[in-house]
Design a protein around this ligand. Structure first.
Ligand code: AMP
Length: 127
């Protein structure tokens, strides 16, 4: 385990493969710092993922190890993509899952952008 509670970065993860162009994605935006693309299994009318170009496992890894330029560049893309998709007026949700309790499935840091309808409760009620 790394200090951030997840295994070290795995270059075989699906988002690494998308970044290398080995599998396709429905791209929304790409620049030096980040790639944004539509989620393959959308949970809202708009469901876009934003990932940094660098090899970061999680939000903890990214926050601890990314450069100031990477952090700033990444978050600017998140807000720009939401705006460009027309979500700013109605609002939207940005979410990241971290580790087992967070329900993170893909071990490359990413944020989800959800919009196009009222997104509902921030966290589902416990069973
Ligand atoms: P998380 O649980 O936060 O790790 O979310 C991973 C997300 O990646 C899920 O919403 C999946 O639907 C999405 N996903 C997995 N594979 C792909 C893919 N090839 N293209 C786009 N989205 C994907």
């Amino acid at each position: 385990m790394s200090v951030t509670g997840l295994p070290p970065y795995d270059d075989a993860n699906v988002f690494a493969r998308i970044l290398r162009g080995e599998i396709p994605c429905k791209r929304v935006h790409e620049d030096a710092h980040a790639l944004a693309f539509h989620d393959i299994n959308p949970q809202a009318p708009v469901h876009v993922l934003v990932i940094p170009k660098g090899r970061y496992v999680s939000v903890a890894d990214f926050s601890a190890h990314a450069s100031e330029a990477e952090v700033a560049g990444f978050w600017r893309v998140v807000a720009k993509v939401a705006k460009d998709l027309g979500l700013e007026a109605g609002g939207y949700r940005v979410l990241t899952n971290m580790g087992a309790d967070g329900g993170q499935e893909v071990p490359h840091f990413h944020v989800h952008i959800f919009g196009g309808r009222r997104i509902g409760r921030m966290v589902p009620k416990a069973d």
